[in-house]
Design a protein around this ligand. Structure first.
Ligand SMILES: C[C@H](O)CC(=O)SCCNC(=O)CCNC(=O)[C@H](O)C(C)(C)COP(=O)(O)OP(=O)(O)OC[C@H]1O[C@@H](n2cnc3c(N)ncnc32)[C@H](O)[C@@H]1OP(=O)(O)O
Ligand SMILES: NC(=O)c1ccc[n+]([C@@H]2O[C@H](COP(=O)([O-])OP(=O)(O)OC[C@H]3O[C@@H](n4cnc5c(N)ncnc54)[C@H](O)[C@@H]3O)[C@@H](O)[C@H]2O)c1
Length: 290
């Protein structure tokens, strides 16, 4: 909904950890949502995860039981972008953290979405300007809309202005984030990692180096951060929660942009090479029974 409460048609591209949460959030506040993933299996997993999350809200009394089907009924799964973006007001792209994949998706979205639709990208750290660069003048409609995992609970959306992002696009992205019940901050300059990912990556880097140095077990490194600083999760368990492949992609980008202080530690490369991606693969720094 916009500031004046208008229901919007929203397409979320990518039905993974983040896309499923963003789709759920938008449908919960009453928007009409199309959720697109190239993989039908991922779409099935996404809808199941949304159902599980809605059940948790019902159990804790934050949703009525009959809202479950209404919310799910507002989400239309799809495997193709062209039909899914027809007539939408807002697109949020949440596919892999790879520039070439984002380019491919943005090009297809822009070819089929209405010219006035805003095109948000949920990238964790890539340049918004670079993502929009494939659209020529269309880059004015591209804006960073960085949600946090789990999108249904975390309070912030970090908005990032690319070099070509128009003021109107930024304002509409802000309206859309507010319609989802989120607070916003605006990163005025397009610098990889924006405000939040640079901060969180530094904490994560230190935890990974401590693990490599054998200073403590993963459990104790996480416990230290949780209890000393009142963080809800330690950096290693948060890595398992978010996806270690996504962590590695983000650090690789930050390393390229900001240099040595973000060089991905070997322990993380090895985890990803071994397919230990965290919760989504059943095993990461911890065993999740997968
Ligand atoms: C990498 C990217 O670019 C950026 C990022 O995303 S960085 C990561 C940002 N995210 C974080 O830092 C998350 C840190 N963790 C947390 O905030 C919390 O651990 C958490 C909110 C995920 C879970 O809360 P926690 O108290 O630890 O666990 P838990 O007891 O399971 O959940 C608390 C409540 O939330 C509910 N809940 C948790 N996850 C839920 C979900 N996905 N859907 C619905 N409800 C949920 C639970 O049911 C519970 O409700 P209750 O209090 O009524 O019983
Ligand atoms: N995981 C997090 O905590 C988190 C938090 C904030 C932002 N992000 C960012 O959000 C984006 C998505 O991350 P994620 O963790 O949800 O990843 P994920 O791996 O869980 O999901 C990505 C999904 O995109 C789909 N996909 C790939 N190519 C596609 C295409 N061409 N068209 C449609 N779907 C396609 C994949 O099938 C997959 O389901 C990344 O840019 C990431 O950096 C992640």
């Amino acid at each position: 909904m916009t500031d004046n409460g208008t229901v919007q048609k929203v397409a979320v591209i990518g039905g993974g950890v983040m896309g499923s949460g963003i789709a759920q959030l938008a449908a919960t506040v009453g928007h009409e949502v199309r959720l697109v993933d190239v993989s039908p299996e991922r779409l099935e997993t996404a809808l199941a995860a949304i159902g599980t999350s809605l059940d948790r809200f019902i159990r804790s009394g934050r949703l009525e039981t009959d809202q479950r089907e209404e919310i799910l009924g507002r989400i239309t799964p799809a495997t193709r972008i062209p039909e899914a973006v027809e007539g939408v007001d807002v697109v949020v792209e949440a596919v892999l953290e790879r520039l070439e994949v984002k380019h491919q998706v943005m090009t297809e979205v822009a070819a089929h979405a209405p010219a006035e639709a805003i095109l948000g990208t949920n990238t964790s750290q890539l340049s918004i300007t670079a993502i929009g660069s494939v659209l020529g003048e269309g880059a004015s409609r591209v804006v960073g809309m960085h949600f946090f995992n789990p999108a249904v609970l975390m309070r912030l959306v970090e908005l990032v202005k690319g070099l070509e992002t128009s003021e109107d696009t930024l304002r509409r992205a802000e309206d859309f984030a507010r319609s989802l019940g989120k607070e916003t901050v605006v990163c005025l300059k397009d610098s990889p990692g924006f405000l939040t990912s640079r901060i969180s990556a530094i904490l994560r880097m230190e935890a990974l180096h401590m693990l490599e140095e054998g200073l403590a077990s993963p459990e104790d490194i996480d416990k230290a951060v949780r209890l000393a600083f009142n963080h809800p999760m330690g950096p290693l368990e948060l890595g398992d929660f978010n996806g270690l492949d996504t962590y590695l992609d983000a650090l690789t980008g930050l390393h390229a942009a900001h240099g040595e202080r973000f060089r991905p530690p070997v322990v993380l490369r090895n985890m990803v090479a071994a397919g230990r991606l965290g919760r989504k693969s059943g095993r990461g720094f911890y065993d999740h029974g997968g």
